[in-house]
Ligand binder design. Sequence first.
Ligand code: BTN
Length: 233
Amino acid sequence: MFKIYHFKKLLSTNDKAKNFRENSVIIAERQSKGRGRFKRHWSSSNGGIYLSIKLTPKIKEKINFLTIIAALSSLKAIKNTYKIETKIKWPNDLVYNKKKLCGVLTKTHFSDKIDYVIVGIGINTNNQLPKSLKNKAISLKNVLNKKIDNKIIINNLLKNFEGYYKEYQNNSQKLEGILDEFKTNCETIGKTIKIRTLKGTFKGKAVKIDDDGCLLLKQKDKFKRIVEGTLIY
Ligand code: BTN
């Protein structure tokens, strides 16, 4: 289903993917302007996995699920290939020993004329991380002390993504299976967290992930539903 395009260097695979047909996968060996969520920079030196998938989903109300699918597909690819158990830090980070190994950036482009979504995935594999990220991020090479085979991870990841995406396209009103898998692998529930959102920073206990993949935060006497944010534990 997916057609892969490979580049040595791009500004950002997410931007490049916009010019391609649906179901194209853009892969770069490095990015000079890799982007993270909330306009952050994504460190993208040689050796890491940087890819973006262009999709035209039939149902547009559950786009959150595409991020969930990307996180689960990456988690499984890492587990299948290297037997490394990562956890999902809500909503989309994969962490190992509390350090970030993978991030997902999903951008929707919906208007009268265009209708597509770009799902970007970055995995720290063989890339050297800057010293400034020493306490926050980790690479698979550092976890395993050996060179990582990006090709095997990418192939496995795309195979997983295809399977989940078919389920999404055919049955997006009934996505409990995917959500259950996400919850099982998510380490956030039960923790007292601080979450930074565009509307401010909130503190509380993460008690539930709802049917749309949103996080329910229990604050003293009320619940707050968080659609998007960055967790600080
Ligand atoms: C995050 O955790 O903030 C999301 C990081 C997403 C990084 C990937 S790398 C491939 C794609 N291209 C980009 O510029 N960003 C995403």
